[in-house]
Each structure stands twice: as structure tokens, then as C-alpha cells.
Design a protein around this ligand. Structure first.
Ligand SMILES: [Zn+2]
Length: 268
């Protein structure tokens, strides 16, 4: 009799445990897995002819037109990098980012943003401001005021942050924020890691200055992890088909996205 009661008690406990596990899955894990992703794209230069360095970093202007036409046609809503959280409130969000602050962001990209009524974020390197081939203070000021461009930090010296001490990181972030804020008159709240490199110390220091940290295809999409936001690169050799596919993949829920990535890896 006693043994029977014990067995019954154990079974009841097991049922309760299973119910708790199901409740936890339903409350946290399932919504997490099904939550759609936010496509974030990383560009660099926009130029018909590549100038120097890696040719693939130079998207052609007509390539951008083709891509922007696609975004318009499909009804995407462009958001600034600092509007990441709002991406979950709009239909078809997309964040367009441009690293390093090349001058063609003013001559080629800016007119297109106005034409298409799109927003983009330029991650500017502090020491490149007013240097040949890069944005001038005046261009940065004009664009930041326009409502089409947000100018955010790509550090002061374009260094590998993962190699720096806590003090060096602090100085780097402080200088970068100060130089940009002085020009735009706005708070700098977003960082793009040069080369996408970061470690725990970088994240710790970045959190003291910024609200968001943008990386490169880290495969981390957590809404709660604002410091490892993944970006897909757009390059000169990115076809429109690959562009569409990247955006669609990024927009899918975590489960579908991971499967798609695996599928493309195997069958491409
Ligand atoms: Zn860069």
C-alpha cells in the first residue's frame, strides 16, 4: 500500500515537471524561436569605379537603384540603426548601414535616400572626418539634419577593438562620440565594430557609451542582445537575387532562418 502511494506520488511529480517544462517552452522558447528577425545590411562605398583597396566594397550606383527599387516594391520600412527596437513594431523593417564614412555616401547615396524617402545610418570613423575621400564636417552636418541619415560611431581610429585594454577602449569611444556629437549636435548611441571584432571587454566598455553595437553576421539575433546585432554584407558582386534572398533569410523567424542558412550552405 505504502509502495503504491509512493509510486503515485512520483508519477504526480513527474507530470507536474512535464507541465512546468511545457509552460516554460510555451512562454519563452517558442516565441523566441518564432520571433521574426530584422534584416540589417552593411555597405561601404557607392561608386561606379572602384578607387583603391578591396574592389568588392564598391557597390555601383545602379546596383543600389536596383536594390532600392526592390525594397520600395516589396514595401520595406527603412529604420535608423538606433531604431532597432522599433523594428518589432513595423511591417517589413530593414536597417541600411554604411561603414567608414566615404565621401560617396554624400555624392551618391544621399540623393538616392531623398529620392526613395529611405533612411540610412553612416558609421563614421572620427579621424577620417574632413580627410580626402571621406565625408567633410559640413556634409555630415547637412545629412544628419536632413532626417534621411543618422551618423553614428565606427570608433575614432578604426582599430581592432579586441586588441585594446579597457582604458584604451574608453578613450576610443569617448573621442569618437565627442567628435561626432560636436558636428551633428546629436547624441551618438550606436557603435559599429571595425572589422566586426569584439570580445567581452569591448562589450563591457561599449555598454557604457552606446545603446547598440553592430557586428558582422554573428548569427546572433536576440532582441535582448543589442550589442551583437548581426549584419549581412552587400558587395559589388552581390546579385539582386542574392540580395533578395539575404533579406528574406534575415526576416524569417530564428528556426526557419537557421534551416535556410544550413540549406543554402549545403546546396549552393
Ligand atoms: Zn570599417
Amino acid at each position: 500500500m505504502n509502495r503504491y502511494r509512493q509510486r503515485k506520488k512520483r508519477r504526480r511529480r513527474r507530470i507536474i515537471l512535464i507541465l512546468v517544462i511545457i509552460a516554460v517552452l510555451a512562454a519563452f522558447v517558442v516565441p523566441y524561436c518564432l520571433e521574426p528577425g530584422v534584416p540589417v545590411l552593411m555597405y561601404h562605398c557607392v561608386s561606379e569605379e572602384p578607387r583603391s583597396g578591396d574592389e568588392n566594397l564598391y557597390c555601383r550606383p545602379d546596383q543600389l537603384v536596383e536594390q532600392f527599387d526592390y525594397l520600395k516594391r516589396e514595401g520595406y520600412t527603412t529604420l535608423f540603426a538606433e531604431e532597432y527596437e522599433q523594428a518589432y513594431d513595423v511591417k517589413k523593417p530593414i536597417i541600411l548601414t554604411f561603414d567608414d564614412g566615404y565621401e560617396d555616401c554624400y555624392t551618391e547615396l544621399y540623393p538616392l535616400l531623398k529620392k526613395y524617402d529611405f533612411k540610412a545610418t553612416i558609421f563614421m570613423v572620427g579621424e577620417y572626418i574632413d580627410k580626402k575621400g571621406y565625408l567633410s564636417s559640413e556634409q555630415i552636418r547637412e545629412m544628419a539634419k536632413s532626417g534621411y541619415v543618422s551618423v553614428q560611431s565606427h570608433t575614432a581610429h578604426h582599430v581592432n577593438l579586441a586588441d585594446m585594454s579597457a582604458d584604451e577602449l574608453d578613450a576610443e569611444f569617448r573621442a569618437s562620440c565627442a567628435s561626432l556629437a560636436k558636428i551633428t549636435g546629436k547624441n551618438v548611441t550606436v557603435l559599429s565594430y571595425p572589422g566586426g571584432y569584439f570580445n567581452d571587454e569591448v562589450l563591457r566598455q561599449a555598454k557604457r557609451y552606446f545603446t547598440y553595437g553592430y557586428a558582422i553576421d554573428t548569427n546572433k539575433y536576440s532582441k535582448d542582445n543589442h550589442y551583437e546585432i548581426s549584419r549581412g554584407g552587400v558587395f559589388r558582386n552581390t546579385t539582386l537575387e542574392a540580395y533578395e534572398r539575404a533579406i528574406e533569410t534575415y526576416s524569417e523567424s530564428r528556426i526557419v532562418r537557421d534551416w535556410l542558412k544550413l540549406y543554402y550552405k549545403i546546396f549552393d
